[in-house]
Design a protein around this ligand. Sequence first.
Ligand code: GDP
Length: 179
Amino acid sequence: MSTGDTFKVVICGDFAVGKTTFVRSFLDEDQVLLEGYKPTMGVDIGRKKFKLDEKVLTFQIWDLSGQQSFKSIRPQFYSRTDGVILVFDITRQQSFSNLSLWLEEIFNKTNRIPIVLVGNKLDLISTTDDIVSFQDAEEYANHISSLTGIDTPYIQVSAITRQNNMDPFISLGKLLIEK
Ligand code: GDP
């Protein structure tokens, strides 16, 4: 449920894929109205207003801890979620394989909501051969779309260099406005 143009967005993905770095890079962008970013038990909550197609959206961003120790308390954080950004590390295949576990958790706790798939650490793409290919990830995004009935974009980013780092939020914002 959303109040006006305020949306609750949950960031999911394995430990160390770069979720916190990614969210902070979004919250720290210029012209941001940053209203607070407070660490709590297993979740960080940030808030940001931004303009999209002449509309002002407020994202309340919940950055879930991917640590196993928080798994049991995590499900309660999905309540009233409007959209999900699902993050994996393109240099760590395991974080890609584990997406199915995240989807299971998300589908258990939410209704049909937009999901954006993000492959992080794009800056490391040339440092290893063992990367998750764009094609494989895009196919997985299509698989998610077929499950939700809503388009799931796949976007590669670097939270460190900030390459494409705004795009997932913009894509999700568009999906949420359209919904
Ligand atoms: P989280 O557990 O998913 O929140 O991951 P963190 O944001 O804590 O990041 C885990 C590690 O990956 C940290 O050492 C980050 O500096 C690093 N990291 C995060 N994003 C990137 C990225 O885009 N590129 C590179 N090279 N390192 C990153």
